[in-house]
Ligand binder design. Structure first.
Ligand SMILES: Nc1ncnc2c1ncn2[C@@H]1O[C@H](COP(=O)(O)OP(=O)(O)O)[C@@H](O)[C@H]1O
Ligand SMILES: Nc1ccn([C@H]2C[C@H](O)[C@@H](COP(=O)(O)OP(=O)(O)O)O2)c(=O)n1
Length: 230
């Protein structure tokens, strides 16, 4: 499998969708199975948000965020078996998942200067992935990589998504998790710059009643079809 992937043409896959639809788990597994790189763009927006919070920037002030947007150095490691994220050399994989960062990331990622900065990083990582890459986020198919070989838009009911997320966050209340998810999706979908949206040419997959393994198999098949046609 790995060997075949290495001789196949590079393939760019964009996977978008709201929170808890299975983007990260699916993208990581598909990339690992097909020998591709993997980029979690949500982690990059979380990393810049973590830096803003750590440096006392008021996240309710878009001009303060814009003025600082170029300052942190954000580096993503794109091996799907061990993805990494550092800010100014510090490993922030843990700190970017706190409730504080989660509650502030939509405000920070709505600022156009932040999006321009992070989009540039994403495009450069995609361009340098020798065998291809799976990039997951909210605006990959619409804005970051509009020429991707394959675009997938994952959806799932708010109930399924909340149950998955509260399963991860020990002791979290499902209803509170569901409300927080809906609020974040609404903010991400309604922002002016590059909102969460399905690209016209994306394949939509509703994962509510599918196992993770079924979703992975579905996406692997779609990538293989695209690769065979290249
Ligand atoms: N089809 C599925 N069925 C059940 N659980 C799933 C499915 N897809 C993902 N999960 C689980 O749901 C949680 C959220 O998935 P994740 O991949 O982080 O979603 P996203 O990146 O879209 O926010 C994880 O714990 C993951 O294992
Ligand atoms: N391409 C992207 C990816 C994420 N974001 C923003 C919006 C999201 O609410 C946050 C966090 O994304 P992340 O994928 O980590 O979120 P969840 O895994 O769904 O909790 O980042 C974005 O604006 N554009």
């Amino acid at each position: 499998m790995e060997k075949a992937a290495r001789t196949a043409p590079a393939v760019i896959v964009a996977i978008d969708g709201p929170s808890g639809t299975g983007k990260s788990s699916t993208s990581k597994a598909v990339a690992a199975q097909l020998g591709l790189s993997y980029l979690d763009t949500g982690a990059q927006y979380r990393a810049i948000t973590w830096w803003m919070v750590s440096n006392g920037i008021d996240v309710a002030d878009p001009s303060a965020i814009a003025a600082a947007a170029e300052k942190p150095e954000i580096i993503s490691g794109t091996d799907p078996s061990a993805p990494t994220i550092t800010v100014d050399g510090t490993d922030v994989a843990g700190p970017i998942r706190t409730q504080e960062v989660t509650s502030k990331v939509s405000a920070v990622s709505a600022v156009p200067e932040v999006r321009a900065r992070i989009t540039e990083l994403q495009r450069s990582l995609a361009a340098s992935a020798a065998y291809g890459i799976v990039v997951e986020g909210r605006d990959i198919g619409t804005t970051v990589l509009p020429d991707a070989d394959l675009k997938i838009f994952l959806t799932a009911s708010p109930e399924a998504r909340a149950a998955r997320r509260s399963g991860e966050l020990k002791g979290a209340d499902v209803n509170a998790t569901r409300e927080a998810l809906i609020k974040r999706d609404a903010a991400d979908s309604s922002r002016k710059t590059s909102p969460l949206a399905k690209a016209d040419d994306a394949v939509e997959v509703d994962t509510s009643d599918l196992t993770l393994q079924q979703v992975i198999e579905c996406v692997v098949t779609l990538v293989e079809e695209k690769r065979a046609a290249k």
